[in-house]
Ligand binder design. Structure first.
Ligand SMILES: CC(C)(COP(=O)(O)OP(=O)(O)OC[C@H]1O[C@@H](n2cnc3c(N)ncnc32)[C@H](O)[C@@H]1OP(=O)(O)O)[C@@H](O)C(=O)NCCC(=O)NCCS
Length: 388
């Protein structure tokens, strides 16, 4: 087996391996060829002179503590059927870890179909990507609101993106959608891109989505600066009553889902959990925001990281909290021991140290470990509104 970066000439074989794994059109469309896509790096596994395995890393930035952190979004992990069960996917993951580190991608996220594979290499379940299907009549139970809206044009896109960012930076786990992996103008290919204009060319809220065949409307983003705007967007969705039986809403903002929306008494939320791994601990600590640190007295926690697949971050570190800043320095007494898989949930704040201990991912001094929780505000639920 040879693991190497893909070449343009591999396009067709990569498409075939990915198609066999995930389905899709037999003939690749121009956008589905790797060499035509921006904002990624990747690896392929050559088996007997043919492409037998693929792994792509999308260049993303993910908000933690209000700051966008360089993140490698792993996708298209696929192995040709005959090559499965012989460690090809594992070898691709092993090879991509140092590559992400070299590129400054200090954390990595992925949507797993086989968690065991990724757990074995240090990723752990961390956040949610959720959708809910609601009857349009439900929106009529909310306080009535009429919002002036219009279909977006290209000129609206920067203001629409600003509106997204005002919300996204307040929810840990959201992508900033500012890297080359996103082409903002492609939003206009959607059926629904409806903005609520604010003052001076700003956008105070918007909806994006698709009217597919059948009775369902798929809403991707429902983003609003404030309550009035959110209620106006809901009211607009309510106007589909009578023709549609269902609206599928992606739950991006817990503010409207938990505090404004009338939730049906019994309802089903479909979740696709995502996993996170810390790839370069000192860089990841330096990159995220630590809003709680401003309220903590100067202190430090000595940790020992067990990480055989990212050996550059294995061993002892001291997390120093001082003057509202957090720094990860080498050394210390290793008072709290964390397995590689503990780092993602700790970093994102999705699991507190009591949970990590019960999950077999952390041991050592319990009171020192509490500082790790205070830093992130754990436990709290990170969310992402983009799947890949
Ligand atoms: C998932 C896939 C990439 C695994 O490739 P592979 O080269 O066979 O994986 P490896 O041999 O490196 O597997 C390592 C470990 O991962 C786990 N694993 C791999 N495939 C698994 C599966 N389908 N179900 C459950 N666990 C699996 C096992 O723990 C395995 O160890 P074991 O063989 O000792 O039991 C491959 O089966 C595939 O292409 N599947 C279809 C596409 C897909 O699901 N991709 C993942 C997207 S997130």
């Amino acid at each position: 087996m040879i693991i190497r970066p893909p070449r343009d000439a591999d396009d067709e074989q990569i498409h075939e391996v990915a198609r066999l794994a995930f389905g899709g059109a037999r003939e690749p469309g121009p956008d589905s060829l790797w060499s035509n896509q921006p904002g990624w790096h990747g690896l392929v596994a050559e088996l007997d002179g043919r492409i037998g395995g693929t792994l792509k890393v999308r260049d993303y930035q993910q908000f933690f503590g209000g700051t966008a952190v360089p993140m490698g979004g792993i996708s298209t992990v696929a192995v040709a059927p005959a090559g499965r069960g012989h460690g090809v996917a594992t070898a691709l993951l092993d090879a991509v870890l140092p590559e992400m580190r070299d590129r400054g991608q200090c954390v990595s996220a992925l949507y797993p179909s086989v968690p065991a594979l990724y757990r074995s290499r240090g990723w752990e379940q961390t956040g949610n990507y959720e959708r809910v299907k609601l009857r349009p009549e439900l929106f009529a139970l909310l306080p009535a609101a009429r919002l002036v809206m219009r279909h977006a044009t290209e000129a609206d896109l920067p203001a629409l993106h600003d509106c997204y960012l005002r919300f996204a930076r307040t929810v840990d786990g959201m992508l900033d959608r500012s890297t080359a992996a996103f082409q903002l103008e492609r939003l206009l290919e959607l059926d629904i891109v409806e903005v609520a204009p604010g003052e001076d060319g700003t956008v105070r809220g918007y909806l994006t989505g698709e009217r597919r065949e059948g009775d369902t409307l798929i809403i991707h983003d429902l983003v609003a600066d404030d309550r009035e705007t959110a209620l106006g967007l809901f009211a607009n969705l309510g106007r589909w009553a009578g023709i549609l039986t269902e609206i599928s809403l992606r739950i991006n903002d817990p503010a409207w889902w938990q505090l404004l929306m009338t939730q049906p008494m019994l309802h089903e939320v479909r979740n696709h959990p995502w996993m996170l791994r810390v790839v370069d601990l000192p860089a990841a600590v330096a990159a995220r925001g630590w809003p709680n640190a401003a309220y903590l007295a100067s202190t430090s926690v000595d940790i020992e990281v067990v990480d055989e697949h990212a050996p550059w971050q294995a061993g002892r570190h001291r997390l120093v909290v001082d003057g509202g800043k957090v720094v990860c320095e080498p050394g210390g007494d290793g008072t709290v021991r964390l397995q590689a898989r503990a780092l993602g949930p700790w970093y994102a704040g999705s699991a507190d140290t009591a949970m990590l201990r019960r999950g077999g991912l952390l041991d050592g001094d319990a009171s020192a470990a509490r500082v790790l929780d205070l830093l992130t505000g754990a436990p709290r639920l990170p969310r992402m509104a983009d799947s890949f």
